[in-house]
Design a protein around this ligand. Structure first.
Ligand code: COA
Ligand code: ZN
Length: 311
């Protein structure tokens, strides 16, 4: 039997870098994007077309898109909050527009400075524009598993927004985002089951942050419930600058390492991924959360320590 395919969608260049204070030079972003697509990720969120005042470190999205090599089969995506962003993204020839809205009113107000209703009304125009250009539309629904300002976000609220995005905006994909690491495995399983049962043809992605150490457990719970697409970030960097307490995404090399051991096919070359991960600390000027970078792979061998000298 063929191993089950799990699609790894790299978000380090967007979710990862947006959390950094240092501006990573455009050429370095391009080199990292090319290395990651060569390593075999299925989708690459290259940048975001948001207000450069809101996220200055990603103000070079147009230049990054212009400089990357497009590897056939890889989907080059970008985050878009409004029509202005969509126009810039279309000009940059993105393969997919990733709309962003929060399931929580408080987080939507702090992140996007709009109510959810205002966001949705604007995104209706964005989706129509993208579709008229033949561009796929995905929506990332932030705080789908809880909000750092409101607490629980009712499953029904999440399902209702999913319904509106599918029925009214005809999105091809939905990403359920755990923006501040509030998701836990049984909750993930339940929501994934419900969304898959209701929209079997929808491209569902799960997006976890490892803020409370449940990242990999949540990925495995999602896989058990049939999910096949996961966002992850090289080195485990990341976090929404407008969500209090946000920290890094689940770490791409940790997820690939674990899934490979378990016999899943991620399509990703772990060795190449690790080479890229090793460049991150110099690029960012600080240590990154990745455990695999520190410990190495499970069967990486260490030299035998010298025998103690007998007195
Ligand atoms: N791309 C480039 N510039 C944009 C833009 C976009 N997508 N959207 C707005 N702008 C510019 C406007 O032209 C305006 O510029 P000006 O001051 O020179 O005239 C300025 O940004 C403010 O525009 P406005 O429409 O008043 O937006 P706002 O200040 O209320 O901000 C958002 C709303 C959505 C644009 C902003 O909050 C945003 O980009 N948020 C994204 C945050 C994010 O990326 N979070 C992490 C991802 S989860
Ligand atoms: Zn995120």
């Amino acid at each position: 039997m063929n191993p089950r395919r799990i699609h790894i969608q790299e978000v380090g260049l967007r979710d990862g870098l947006q959390a950094e204070s240092r501006f990573v030079p455009t050429m370095e972003k391009i080199a990292l994007a090319d290395a990651l697509s060569k390593a075999g990720v299925a989708k690459l969120e290259v940048s975001s077309f948001v207000s450069p005042k809101a996220v200055p470190v990603l103000a070079d999205a147009v230049e990054v898109f212009a400089g990357i090599e497009r590897k056939p089969g890889v989907v080059y995506s970008a985050l878009v909050p409004n029509l202005r962003g969509a126009e810039r993204a279309i000009e940059a020839r993105v393969d997919e527009i990733n709309l962003v809205m929060s399931a929580s009113e408080s987080h939507n107000l702090s992140n996007l400075r709009m109510t959810r209703a205002q966001s949705f009304a604007g995104l209706r125009d964005v989706a129509a524009l993208a579709h008229s250009h033949g561009i796929k539309v995905n929506v990332s629904l932030s705080c789908s598993f809880g909000c750092p300002m409101e607490g629980e976000v009712e499953q029904q609220t999440v399902l209702d927004w999913c319904t509106r995005f599918v029925d009214e905006l005809q999105v091809q994909g939905i990403t359920l985002c755990d923006t501040t690491g509030m998701a836990y495995p049984t909750q993930v399983r339940e929501l994934t089951d419900k969304v898959r049962a209701r929209w079997p043809g929808l491209e569902l992605t799960l997006h976890f942050h490892n803020t409370r150490g449940m990242g990999l457990a949540n990925v495995l719970a999602g896989i058990d419930a049939g999910a096949e697409r996961f966002d992850a970030s090289l080195g485990g960097i990341g976090g929404c600058p407008y969500a209090p307490g946000a920290t890094g995404n689940v770490c791409t090399e940790e997820i690939v390492h674990a899934l490979e051991l378990m016999g899943y096919d991620t399509g990703v070359d772990l060795g190449q991924l690790l080479k890229s991960a090793h460049t991150l600390e110099d690029l960012l000027g600080h240590a990154v959360p990745s455990q695999i970078l520190k410990a190495g792979r499970r069967l990486d061998l260490h030299p035998v320590p010298p025998a103690p000298i007998k007195a």
